[in-house]
Design a protein around this ligand. Sequence first.
Ligand SMILES: Nc1ncnc2[nH]cnc12
Ligand SMILES: [Zn+2]
Length: 331
Amino acid sequence: MRDFLRRLPKAELHLHIEGSLEPELMFSLAERNGIRLPYASVEEVREAYDFADLQSFLDLYYQGMSVLRTAEDFHDLAMDYFRRASAEGVVHVEMHFDPQAHLARGIELPVVMEGLSLARREAWRELGMSSAMIMAFLRDRPAEEAMAVMESAAPYWEMLDAVGLDSAEQGNPPAKFTEVFRFARELGIPRVAHAGEEGPPAYIREALDLLDVCRIDHGVRCLEDPALVARLRDEQVVLTVCPLSNVRLRVVERMADHPLPQLLEAGLTLTLNSDDPAYFGGGMLPNFEACHEAFGWSKEVFAGLAGNALEAAFMSDERRQELRRRLAEVS
Ligand SMILES: Nc1ncnc2[nH]cnc12
Ligand SMILES: [Zn+2]
């Protein structure tokens, strides 16, 4: 099964590129940039990754990314992840990135865009891996700031496959960002949003009704609202579920308690993703394997999930056709 799961052509739709920063790279970038880390060793960093909830993770996540300063750093970050993901059979990566977290440290958007764009071209050339960019707004910051970022991103609008919404969910409903998302819609930029990770089902409804998103990131708490589940099923809204993330952030206690089997049973359109692989115990393959171990799903189930990701991905029709063929060959 492990070999089958590795060979499955997997598209990853929910990945925070800053959350792919492994402690080893964190140390080498800190050294390159003359930054002192509050850890003595790589082991000490890993030991600190014991989270009580989303906020306790976010505190370390924003601290960790302080080593990213130059376009070269962002390039190295992304290439480091693309290489690891490619070795796990990932063929397409859609990366969220958080401009406001970098602006707050004095790192301007062009630095981020230059580094990530260079890595994307290299990944295509050297690994045959396609990718997409999702510019995310931090929902625990003011909506006016998100709007300012959107406006300042004008030179890059063409390069954005979507805008997204992440960071601390509780108390920061999608409604807060209605105007920013309306602006993105007017520009023809697709929209996704984290909702129903820690927040209530009402946030999933708001993301659909007010932000007009095409996908919900996480969405696992929809099960608390049967009418919402029926709507998600009928409208075939894609959920980008991140199983290991949900365990590590204590959305659920253990993999065996994860609601994935119920979500599948309810007929929802699901995909599997890693979210922040450096912080949550691994990338796409470990997430697929954890599901196999916990739920004993068949090859057909995993091929179905991989197929859902291909259909929902931001990629050219030509690329989608090619990957559909590869999926059919493997499964
Ligand atoms: N799992 C997550 N939820 C919300 N915001 C995030 N930013 C990075 N990872 C996140
Ligand atoms: Zn996420």
